[in-house]
Design a binder for this molecule. Structure first.
Ligand code: ADP
Length: 295
């Protein structure tokens, strides 16, 4: 299966890709990880990428496309892949289309992970990564994962947690702005191709994984992944907080559009702050989406 996970920084693309990778035995291809590895190795590409990354801007398309071409040519990507953080603008999406057409490996699904703006900021500020194995943790959402008993599979010692240099407040604001301006148009791009599904990516990580599996299933995935059997194991209606086909966009919204969500699911609102919608978030209604959901 060839999948793109689309979502703002902090929406959980990396966490969900890692779970999907284990369940489906297809590689996660994260341009962010590939770029960070190049920076850490001090390659020429890494040096060129670093300034943009530190400023929260996109790295030049030709650099990222070169990485993707190389990575997708590796043997493990023949069986499928999960693209995480790529494409990030229209030029990249069009280049990906051309590349996959040449490889005769078109995309099967694009899943947009939808998260409230305030929640994105909170998640990013609590995010920590193991410097050795790359596993992502969160101080706020999963503090129990940080127990000393959890050993790094790479070193056998406790995980060495670091905060990404671009997870500071100023850079995060810029990354969210860039997402809204450059990546959000991809929602429309993939919807027009009939590939898009949107899931609510707030709540328990397991629950989000279940919604993701449902979305992929609805796009023609023959079986559900084993890793997602949660308590009760019930499948939920896609139209109640789970996967749903994107509603047609009635009006363009910017990242700065302020919307309130139902209080029960909106932590920002419950703290009395205005809840800004995640960049890329669109309405949930619409006849067309209901028709599609029935299909
Ligand atoms: P996040 O999704 O949390 O912002 P990533 O790890 O995907 O984090 O990306 C980190 C940084 O790497 C981005 O802010 C950007 O500078 C760069 N980057 C990652 N993917 C791309 C891409 N496809 N095109 C351009 N720059 C990218």
């Amino acid at each position: 299966m060839r999948i793109v996970l689309l979502g703002a920084p902090g929406s959980g693309k990396g966490t969900q890709s890692q779970r999907l990778m284990q369940a489906e035995h297809i590689p996660q291809v994260s341009t962010g990880d590939l770029l960070r590895a190049a920076v850490a190795r001090g390659t020429e590409l890494g040096r060129k990428a670093k300034e943009a990354m530190d400023g929260g801007r996109l790295v030049a398309d030709e650099l990222v496309l070169g990485l993707i071409r190389e990575r997708l040519a590796e043997p493990d990507a023949r069986r499928g892949f999960i693209l995480d953080g790529f494409p990030r603008n229209l030029a990249q999406a069009q280049a990906l289309d051309r590349l996959l057409a040449t490889l005769r490996q078109p995309l099967d699904a694009v899943v947009q992970l939808e998260v409230d703006y305030g929640e994105l900021v909170r998640r990013i500020s609590g995010r920590r990564t193991c410097a050795d194995c790359g596993r992502v943790f969160n101080l706020f959402t999963c503090p129990e994962q940080l127990s000393e008993n959890q050993l790094c599979p790479r070193t056998g010692a406790p995980h060495r947690l670091i905060q990404r240099p671009d997870d500071n407040e100023a850079t995060v604001t810029e990354r969210l702005r860039v997402y809204d301006e450059q990546t959000r148009p991809l929602i429309e791009f993939y919807r027009a191709r009939g590939l898009l599904r949107t899931i609510n990516a707030e709540g328990e990580v397991d629950e989000v994984t279940r919604r993701l599996e449902q979305a992929l299933h609805a796009m023609g995935r023959p079986k559900a992944a084993k890793s997602v059997s949660g308590p009760g194991g019930k499948s939920r209606s896609p139209r109640r907080g789970g996967a749903r086909q994107e509603a047609p966009r009635r009006a363009a919204k910017s990242a700065s559009s302020v919307r309130r969500k139902p209080a029960a699911t909106n932590r920002a609102a419950s703290k009395g702050k205005p809840a800004r919608r995640a960049p890329g978030r669109t309405g949930t209604g619409g006849r067309r989406s209901a028709r599609r959901a029935r299909r």
